[in-house]
Design a protein around this ligand. Sequence first.
Ligand code: ZN
Length: 319
Amino acid sequence: MKTRRFQALLDELGGLTPIQRTALATALKAGGSADDVIALLESEFATAPACGHCGCEDFSKWGVATGLKRYMCKACGRTFNALTGTPLAHLHKREKWLDYARAIVDGLTLRKAAACVGVHLETSFRWRHRFLSSSKKAKATRLSGIVEADETFILKSAKGSRGLVGRAPRKRGGKPKKTGTSPDDYDIVLIARDRSGATTDHILYDLTAPTTAEVLKPLVAKDAVLVSDGRGAYAAFAHAESILHIPIITSRGEHVYRGFHIQNVNAYTSRLKQWLRPFRGVASWHLPSYLGWRRSLERLAEAFTPERCLRAAFRCEPT
Ligand SMILES: [Zn+2]
């Protein structure tokens, strides 16, 4: 194809929605690419080969089974392959894994991912949480400089908490019966972010000062400047730890105090909530995966590729 025509084609592809891109990638790869997936994961395994049962590094080759090289561990005497002991063990249809990872990178809902990749909804559910199992670990553990902190309330959903089939979800997003910020209706998430972009979030059991302090104490450097809203828990923490604290009292119309503000963390929260909207409510016990998923998308941007997503799931390590 001539360069100009190829460039025109690329320009058109740039205008595709995430769903269209996933569908196109799936169509182009029709016929499966299980070999690509196996090659990717076996090369990952080769970087730190060890028994998936006991972690021993002393083993011998033991043929091939279900398309994967098999090994025999000299310590525990059991056979294993590259996937043993990883979140990807015992999942079928390997030829669709990279397409499914693409659906994750594109932020598709369970149903859209299932339709685009061509798997059952329950498979989509299982794969999503296996593929994202490491994402919840990838969060900043230390924040320094100007640290903005704020809490947000995310509407709870019972969806997915007991499987997908045969029951109507109790709630599917929208508005809860009671307004307010009852822990029954919402998960409370404390989000903190410094000016380098390092970001972390923690689900709080309540809004009390001890709970907030427990989260912030290991996170916020002693010489940081903590900027938050006027909630007393932040002031109490900063006072106890002798950290400089700038409260922004929005109820008094304050948004900036001498150049300090919480607009970075608020913008992050807005993007998170807008991104969560199509999921129409997230079950509490899946919320850490979704929060980690969002952090990966923000932190890695274009570098968050299907291969990287799959590799992280395989390694059980943050993307
Ligand atoms: Zn072993």
